[in-house]
Design a protein around this ligand. Structure first.
Ligand SMILES: [Zn+2]
Length: 211
């Protein structure tokens, strides 16, 4: 995501945090949804690979999330992702433009779709607000232990927390997530991106195991 879009998403997440008078960690996305009169429910019939969905019937909204999540962090991130679609400018108009009543979201950070990436960025900004996140990070030694501490305090998965940590850090940090010898995604901190001669680890679009 371009820096400009990332900043716009951050600003919107910050506005929501302010509107909902959130001043401490962990941020509860279920309370934000409740305050917006959005129904939140676990749902067992969501297809594999789909983390959750946002429903719109008339002017009423509902969020359904998969019952396959083993961690509270994934559940919370999914609800915050769907809230991203609800709060970010243009998302509702785009996702429900064909008269459909349901938008399904892919599981974490691997989608190339602009709206999915923006909703992921919003979820990170909502659950790990920059100022509160940096305050905690400043009190712990940089490194994996800091990610664990932040994950515990924000109620977010280690993966989501590590990505946020790299995004907001002034230290040279990279986060690489791989599965089956395949890079799923890699994030670098801004200071590391600015270094010359760095080779990026990139996901191979469409690559399948065994190919
Ligand atoms: Zn989505």
């Amino acid at each position: 995501m371009a820096l400009r879009e990332f900043c716009q998403v951050e600003v919107r997440a910050g506005e929501v945090i302010k509107q909902h008078k959130i001043s401490a960690l962990p941020v509860d996305p279920f309370i934000v949804a409740k305050n917006e009169s959005i129904l939140c429910r676990e749902f067992e019939a969501i297809a594999p690979g789909i983390s959750g969905c946002l429903m719109k019937v008339g002017d009423k909204f509902g969020i359904f999330y998969s019952d396959r999540f083993s961690s509270d962090g994934f559940r919370r991130f999914t609800v915050a992702h769907e809230l991203g679609h609800y709060f970010l400018p243009g998302h509702i108009a785009y996702l429900f433009s064909q008269g459909n009543e349901r938008h399904e979201s892919e599981s974490g950070f691997i989608s190339d779709d602009r709206y999915e990436r923006e909703a992921d960025a919003f979820a990170a900004g909502l659950l790990m607000p920059g100022e509160l996140f940096k305050n905690v990070a400043a009190r712990v030694k940089p490194g994996p232990r800091a990610v664990e501490t932040l994950s515990e305090q924000c109620g977010t998965s280690l993966t989501a927390t590590a990505i946020r940590y790299a995004k907001l850090s002034d230290d040279p940090i990279t986060v690489v997530c791989s599965k089956d010898n395949r890079v799923q995604f890699a994030f670098m901190s801004e200071i590391l991106k600015a270094r010359r001669g760095l080779t990026w680890l990139k996901r191979i679009p469409g690559y399948r195991k065994g190919r």
